[in-house]
Ligand binder design. Sequence first.
Ligand code: PEP
Ligand code: MN
Length: 343
Amino acid sequence: MVIIMNADATAQNIKEVIEVIEKAGLQAKVMEGEQQKIVGVIGDKTRLAMVPFDAMDGVDTTVQISKSYKLVSREFHPKSSVIDIDGVKIGGGNFVVMAGPCAVESREQLLESAEIAKKGGAQFLRGGAYKPRTSPYSFQGLEEEGLKYLAEARECTGLKIVTEVTEVEAVDTVAAYADLLQVGARNMQNFRLLKEVGRANKPVMLKRGLAATLNEWLNAAEYIMNEGNQNVILCERGIRTYETYTRNTLDLSAVAAVKHLSHLPIVVDPSHGTGKWRMVKPMAFAAVACGADGLIMEMHPNPAKALSDGPQSLTPENYLELMAGVKKLYAFLQESGLAIDHL
Ligand code: PEP
Ligand code: MN
C-alpha cells in the first residue's frame, strides 16, 4: 500500500501517518516527488485494514498494491493447492466431475441419478436438499430428509456428496452428511455463513456471486480460510450481464484469471452458467480446454418432470455422451501437451 499525501501536507501530517504505520509494527518509507510526498508501507498491511488513512490530515488518497486477500493468493502459496476429499483429489492436475439433479426430489429420483452419475464417471453426486429458490412458491427442498437420501446414495455408489448449505443454523446438519459443503451464488457474501463453514470440518465449494467481481469472490474465500478451513474450491457459475438469452453469462476467463491470482482449485458449472441444456456440452468442453479443475453439472432422470432447473438439466443419455467426450478431450489435451498447466 502507498499513501499519497496532499501537495500541501505538512511535516507533522507525514509524521502522524508514519506513527500509525510503525505502531502497527510495519515499516514506512517516505518518497519525495516533485509535487507530492508518498509514504510506502512495507509489511503485512492486513494489520492496517482498519485504519482510515484517507481521513487523516494531509492525505490525498491510498493505493493498494498488493491484494486485500492473502491466504487465497498465489503470492502467499505459489503452488496450486490439491484438496483431498476423503481420497478424491481436486486441483494441481486432478480433475473431478460432480453431477446430479438440481434438487433432491425423492429417494428413487436421487438413487437413479446417482447410478447414472457413477456410470458416466463422476466422482461426486450433487443434489440440493436446501434450495435457495427465486420464488417462495417454488419447491424449497426436502432438507434433512434429502440429506439422508444423499447419504444412502453414497452408500450405494461410493460417490462423494456435494450439497448446498444456505444458512448458519444448518451448517452442522449438512456437514454431518456431506463430503463437500456448497455455498451458493446467492450466499457468496453472507459473511456469517462464510465464517461458519470456515469453522466446519468439511471442505467448501464457494460459488461465484451473481454479480461478484473476482476480487469480491476471492475475498469471500478469504473469509472461509481465515477461520482455519484451508480446503476451499471455487466454482464459476456465470454472472449477470445485459444478455438475456442465457440465464447467466459463463465467464470462462475467470478460470485463467483465478489461476493466476490464486492457488485454489476452480470448477465450472455450465448448467447455471447458461441455463440451457444444449449449451452445457460445448461449455463443459471449453472449461476443460481452458484448464478448469473440474465440472459441476445438473443431470436428471427426466428433466421434463424436474422440480427445479429442468431446462438446464441433461438427460442421462446426454450426460453419458458428454462424459465420454470430456474424457477424450482431457486425455487428448494431456497427450498432445496442449493442456493448460496451472501447477
Ligand atoms: C445449485 O447449484 O443448484 C445452485 C442453486 O447454484 P447457484 O448458487 O450457482 O445458483
Ligand atoms: Mn440448480
